[in-house]
Design a protein around this ligand. Sequence first.
Ligand code: NI
Length: 191
Amino acid sequence: MAVRDIVTVGHPVLRRPTRTVSPDELAGAEMQALIDDMIDTMHAAHGAGIAANQIGESVRVATIHVNRNPRYPYKPPIPLTVVVNPVIEPLDDEVVEINEGCLSVPDLRGNVWRHVNVRVRYLDRDGVEHDEVKRGLTAGTFQHECDHLDGALFLDRVTDTTTLTTWEHFERFHRDAFVARITDFVARVGS
Ligand code: NI
């Protein structure tokens, strides 16, 4: 297990759609070691999630874990989840505007619109199939990681570029209003 370097915006590996992982490959030592590295790297960087291509491996695998995250203290907890070959689909047209950041986009945050209710199908690291509904900010986190695996970044979804801000200026000028709005939203949606 090892903490790996995180690839940042501009590197082509972040822009290539990742390839699907076969069941045999998933069970192999190499893929299991990669998953361990992703978890270690995500935790070391205090990320809410990380996609394999963010550490330079172009395979359709992401890890997600939110537990009183200092980067996103308003996010409800998500248990450590390994998603392999995820397929995500919106369940309706409800959307919410979320201020996001990304380990591959140092020192920049911005507002993106995310679906509030999504269905996610994926394999876990043991190859077990999951078919789940995610809601609210948790649904947003899954959409952010699936975007990575498709070669997209949250920057692509920032429609109002005046919302782009450094982390320092987010704290200073935007945090309170955003946290108030999103806390009401989380209370309503429950996640
Ligand atoms: Ni990201």
